[in-house]
Ligand binder design. Structure first.
Ligand SMILES: NC(=O)c1ccc[n+]([C@@H]2O[C@H](COP(=O)([O-])OP(=O)(O)OC[C@H]3O[C@@H](n4cnc5c(N)ncnc54)[C@H](OP(=O)(O)O)[C@@H]3O)[C@@H](O)[C@H]2O)c1
Length: 338
C-alpha cells in the first residue's frame, strides 16, 4: 500500500485533535506526518503514537511534496486549499469554502463515494449536520424515495471549536457559582441556555448553517427536488454530539417497522428505538463513536407517508474527522491519489 506524506492542518483545534487520533486508529499508512496550525501554535509539541511532533506554521511550502492534506484549519482552507491542490497535494477540506463549487466533490462515503472519481485534488467534507441527516435518510431514500424532510438541529458547543468548548465549561462554573458571565465566543450566554442562531443570516431570514442542510443534502444525494426545510439550527449547552429532530415524507409508503428494519441493515447505523424502556439516541451515548444513532421512529400524526425520528452522532468524529479520513481511505482504495 502507498505510504503517504500526509499533512493535518489545524492540528491544535477540536477537529484536528480528532484527525490525529483517527489517522492512528484507522492505520492510515504514512511515511511523513506534518502537523500544521497558525503562527500562534507553531512550536507546540503533540504526541502521536508515542512520537513527539512539533506543530509548524502552515505556509504554501508546507504542501510541497505532500500527497494528501486533511484541512481543519478554518481560514487556512481559503488561504492554501486551491494552491495546495494545484501543487499536486490532494486536499480534503472540512470548511465550507469549496463545498458548493461544481468541480469539488462533496462526499459522505456511505452515500456518494463515486463522486470522488475524476476529482481535481480538492474534495470537500460536508457540514456536520448535513452528514448526520444524509446518513440517516440515505437508506430510506434508496428504498422509498424521500420527498420532503423538515429538520431542527440541536448542535453541541464543540461544533464551534475549541474556544467554544472552553467557554461552555468556564461559563457553567461561573453560573453555578453565581458570578457574572461575559460571553465571548457565543453572542449570548450558552451555559443553561439555548441559542436559535448558528452562523450568519442569509436570504429569507434563514441562517447559513440552516441553508447548508438544503444545499449540501441536494448535492450529496444528487437530487435537488427533495424538499428540505431547516426549521431551526439551535446551539445547545452540550459539549459534544449533535442531535436532529427529523420529519420526513416518502414517495412510497413505509411503516415505522419497515424503516427500523431498513436502517438496522446498515452497519454504520445504530438503532436505539425502545421508548418504553427509555432507549433513544442521546449525546451521552453517541459521543466518541463513529455511528449514526436513530430512534423514536413513529408515524406522523397527519401525513400517511410521513415519519418522525430523532437522530444523533458525534459531530467531531463522523461529522468531521472520521468522514475526512474515510474519504482518504476511499481515495486509497480506488487508487485515486496521484
Ligand atoms: N467543530 C466541528 O464540529 C466541525 C465540524 C465540521 C467542520 N468543522 C470545520 O473544521 C474546521 C476546524 O474547526 P474546529 O472546530 O476544529 O476549530 P478550532 O477548534 O477553533 O480549531 C481551529 C484550528 O485552525 C487553526 N488555524 C487557524 N487559523 C489558521 C491559519 N491561518 N493557518 C493554519 N491553521 C490555522 C488553529 O490553529 P491555532 O491553534 O494556531 O489557532 C486550530 O488548530 C473549521 O473550518 C470548521 O468549520 C468543524
Amino acid at each position: 500500500m502507498k505510504q503517504l506524506r500526509l499533512a493535518i492542518v489545524g492540528a491544535t483545534g477540536a477537529v484536528g485533535h480528532e484527525l490525529i487520533k483517527i489517522v492512528q486508529e484507522r492505520k492510515i499508512p504514512y511515511t511523513e506526518l506534518r502537523l500544521l496550525a497558525s503562527k500562534r501554535s507553531a512550536g507546540t509539541k503533540i504526541d502521536v503514537g508515542g512520537k513527539e511532533y512539533t506543530v509548524e506554521e502552515a505556509t504554501l511550502d508546507s504542501f510541497r511534496d505532500c500527497d494528501a492534506a486533511l484541512f481543519a484549519g478554518g481560514p487556512a482552507s481559503k488561504a492554501f486549499g486551491r494552491d495546495a491542490a494545484e501543487m499536486g497535494c490532494v486536499v480534503i477540506d472540512n470548511s465550507s469554502t469549496f463545498r458548493y463549487e461544481p468541480d469539488v466533490p462533496l462526499v459522505v462515503p456511505e452515500v456518494n463515494p463515486e463522486a470522488l472519481t475524476g476529482h481535481h485534488n480538492l474534495i470537500a467534507n460536508p457540514n456536520c449536520s448535513t452528514i448526520l441527516l444524509v446518513t440517516a435518510l440515505w437508506p430510506i431514500h434508496k428504498h422509498a424515495g424521500v420527498k420532503r424532510a423538515i429538520v431542527s438541529t440541536y448542535q453541541a458547543c464543540s461544533g464551534a471549536g475549541k474556544e467554544a468548548m472552553d467557554e461552555l465549561c468556564s461559563q457553567s462554573m461561573e453560573v453555578l457559582e453565581g458570578k457574572p458571565v461575559h460571553p465571548e465566543h457565543f453572542k449570548y450566554q450558552i451555559a443553561f441556555n439555548v441559542i436559535p442562531q448558528i452562523d450568519v443570516w442569509v436570504d429569507d431570514d434563514y441562517t447559513k448553517e440552516e441553508m447548508k442542510l438544503v444545499w449540501e443534502t441536494h448535492k450529496i444525494m444528487g437530487d435537488d427536488s427533495i424538499g428540505i426545510t431547516p426549521v431551526c439550527a439551535v446551539r445547545v449547552p452540550v459539549m459534544r454530539s449533535h442531535c436532529e429532530a427529523v420529519y420526513l415524507e416518502t414517495e412510497k409508503h413505509i411503516s415505522p417497522e419497515e424503516c427500523r428494519e431498513l436502517l438496522s441493515k446498515e452497519d454504520y447505523i445504530v438503532l436505539q428505538d425502545d421508548p418504553e424502556n427509555f432507549v433513544y439516541p442521546m449525546p451521552i451515548t453517541s459521543t466518541d463513536t463513529d455511528k449514526t444513532y436513530v430512534g423514536r421512529i413513529r408515524r406522523d400524526t397527519v401525513e400517511p407517508n410521513g415519519l418522525n425520528m430523532w437522530i444523533s452522532f458525534d459531530q467531531l468524529r463522523k461529522g468531521a474527522a472520521t468522514n475526512a479520513v474515510q474519504i482518504l481511505e476511499e481515495l486509497i482504495k480506488r487508487d485515486l491519489l496521484p
